[in-house]
Every structure is written in structure tokens, then in C-alpha cells.
Design a protein around this ligand. Structure first.
Ligand code: SAM
Ligand code: SF4
Length: 309
């Protein structure tokens, strides 16, 4: 499956839109979530992903909303593990991760992307509207001990947490865990704060290089991140979706918690795959591939928790 020459290999699967955090850049003050009964069941997810694997999908990342609010998270991962996938991973805020680790450790998911926007308890609470920093750090430590590959994602915002960037680089060096710095994206609630919060990838790198010497690390052609190592062996990444978009090498599709497959984070239209028989996939996937834009769409009103980040 290709879109204008770009192989489509990776799928983000949103398990639900609900979340226990209220990150200022993602969750509006009054958020309405779908009815639980409307979310795809584990068997529906595996059925759809199984069909997509036939057309080239190799990697699946489970996300949301907050995937650890689904009690059947490990069961979904387990069932996906029976498909010929190269990689299964999870993106999580990690506040509830600890309780899932034993079951996940026995399953096929070996990679965790953990969102962590502050290492200061009061700032963490200000950004996420949750007081769970201690639980997140405990989960990171335990996941590492269990052998999971971990990446930390920090969304950088001017005036909110940009002063913590170099603390995170030191964290990456000390803990030997890759930290990726994300430009805040012009999505959903961010749109009214974008000018105020946006801190560019160049500014992020300039701030890091005021204290650390960075060397470039080679990454896959469809990587969203530029990756660097520090002299002390810390590994950091930069995902500059706003200032350095990667649409021309994007290999991702997204499946919503209700079964809508979309071609791009920034494009609302998609195709419903729930209950669709296998023989209808080729025509639907051709339509999806044709929907994938070649250049960056400037903004979208839909928030990330609904799309599946
Ligand atoms: N709740 C999980 C978490 O936070 O890891 C998974 C879903 S969340 C929508 C996925 C990722 O999207 C997180 O790393 C979050 O920081 C990021 N995100 C959400 N809104 C964003 C925005 N406006 N700009 C940049 N990243 C955003
Ligand atoms: Fe929840 Fe993740 Fe959105 Fe934060 S970024 S509000 S943790 S879905």
C-alpha cells in the first residue's frame, strides 16, 4: 500500500478517546467522550489490523486518549501479537501503567512511548492537571527493569516548561533513556495559545547546545524524529512537526477508537472500517491513500485525544 510513492507501514490505533489527564495542550476544560460501548472491541481491532497487514502494515502503536484506561489493553496487545507484525508499542501518560506491566511484559509489546512534560511536581500538575509525577517515574523505572524499550516524549511550550529542556537532557544521560522534544502542534485547544506557547525546534536545539555537544545519529527514512547523542552518551530526539514537517516521508495511518481509518493526523476525513468485509478493503484503501496530503496542513480543530496521538 503506497500513497504518492510513500509506503504505508505504520498504524496508530486509538483504543478510546477518554483520558485521566487534562493536558493544557490537548484536553479542553469540558471534554465529552464517546460511550464505552462504541469503542472497537479487541476482536474488532484485530480483525481490522489483520486485514491491513495484508496490505503492508508492519507496525502498530496503541494510543488514545489514555490506553491504560482500557482494562483489556494487555489482551489487545496479546491478540495483535498473533499477527505477523514487526513491532507493537504503546503511547501512554504512564500514570496507570504500573498495574499493566506484569501482563504486558509477558506479551508481544516491547516498546513504550511515555509522555512526560515536566520533572517538577508542581509544573507537572500545572501542565497535566494531575498530580501523578511520582507514579509516572515509578512506572518508568519498573518498565526499564522489565526490559521494555522506553522513549520519553516531552511537548515543549514557551513559558510553561521550556526552562526544563536541559534537565530532560541530563535525565536522558543519567537514565540512559531517549528523550524526544516535540514542538507543540497547532491542534485543537492549542490554536488559541499557539503563538504564546510555540517554541521552535531551532530554539530547542539552541538551548540544548548552550550546554551540550550534540552529534547526529542516523535514523530510518520515515522517522519523525531527528536524533542526536550527547558526549556522555545521552540520546535525544527532536520532532519538529510545525517547522520541519515530514509529510513527504510519512508512512502512518490512524485508526480511531470507533473504527475510522484516516490518512493524516491533520485531515479529518476517513473511511469507516468497522464491519467492512475483507474484499472491500482494496477499494477503500485506495481512497485512503489518495487522501494523504503531500504537504503540511496548517491546523485542525479536532483535539489529539479524539484523533489518537
Ligand atoms: N494519553 C497518551 C499520552 O499522552 O501519551 C496517549 C495519547 S496522547 C494524545 C499522544 C501524544 O500526543 C502525547 O505524547 C502528547 O504529548 C501528544 N500531543 C497531544 N496534543 C499535542 C499537541 N497539540 N502538540 C504536540 N503533541 C501533542
Ligand atoms: Fe490525556 Fe495524552 Fe491528551 Fe494528556 S496528551 S490529555 S495524557 S490524551
Amino acid at each position: 500500500m503506497k500513497s504518492f510513492g510513500r509506503p504505508l507501514l505504520k498504524l496508530r490505533v486509538s483504543l478510546l478517546d477518554a483520558c485521566n489527564f487534562g493536558c493544557v495542550y490537548c484536553m479542553p476544560e469540558t471534554a465529552a467522550f464517546c460511550n464505552k460501548e462504541d469503542y472497537l472491541s479487541p476482536d474488532e481491532i484485530v480483525g481490522i489490523v489483520g486485514n491491513l497487514v495484508e496490505y503492508g502494515i508492519e507496525e502498530v502503536r496503541l494510543t488514545g486518549g489514555e490506553p491504560t484506561l482500557r482494562h483489556d489493553l494487555a489482551c489487545v496487545a496479546e491478540k495483535l501479537g498473533k499477527l505477523p507484525l514487526k513491532k507493537i508499542s504503546i503511547t501512554t501518560n504512564a500514570s496507570r501503567l504500573l498495574q499493566f506491566l506484569p501482563a504486558l511484559a509477558d506479551g508481544p509489546c516491547r516498546s513504550l512511548n511515555i509522555s512526560l512534560d515536566s520533572l517538577e511536581p508542581s509544573n507537572f500538575e500545572k501542565i497535566t492537571n494531575h498530580d501523578g509525577l511520582g507514579r509516572v517515574l515509578d512506572a518508568i523505572e519498573r518498565a526499564r527493569a522489565l526490559g521494555f524499550k522506553i522513549k520519553i516524549n516531552m511537548v515543549v511550550m514557551k513559558g510553561l516548561n521550556h526552562h526544563e529542556i536541559n534537565h530532560f537532557v541530563r535525565f536522558a544521560e543519567r537514565e540512559q533513556i531517549e528523550v524526544r522534544f516535540l514542538e507543540v502542534m497547532n491542534i485543537g485547544v492549542v490554536r488559541s495559545h499557539f503563538k504564546q506557547w510555540y517554541y521552535s525546534g531551532r530554539d530547542i536545539l539552541r538551548q540544548i547546545e548552550s550546554e551540550f555537544t550534540l552529534s547526529s545519529v542516523k535514523v530510518a527514512a520515515d522517522s519523525t524524529a531527528q536524533v542526536f547523542s550527547t558526549a556522555k552518551g545521552g540520546r535525544i530526539g527532536l520532532i519538529a512537526s510545525e517547522s520541519m514537517p515530514f509529510c513527504d516521508s510519512c508512512s502512518r495511518l490512524r485508526l480511531s477508537s470507533k473504527g475510522i481509518l484516516r490518512a493524516c493526523l491533520m485531515k479529518e476525513d476517513g473511511k469507516n472500517l468497522r464491519g467492512v468485509p475483507s474484499h472491500e478493503y482494496p477499494a477503500l484503501l485506495q481512497e485512503i491513500a489518495a487522501m494523504k496530503p503531500l504537504t503540511r496542513i496548517k491546523e485542525i480543530h479536532e483535539p489529539m485525544y479524539q484523533i489518537g496521538g
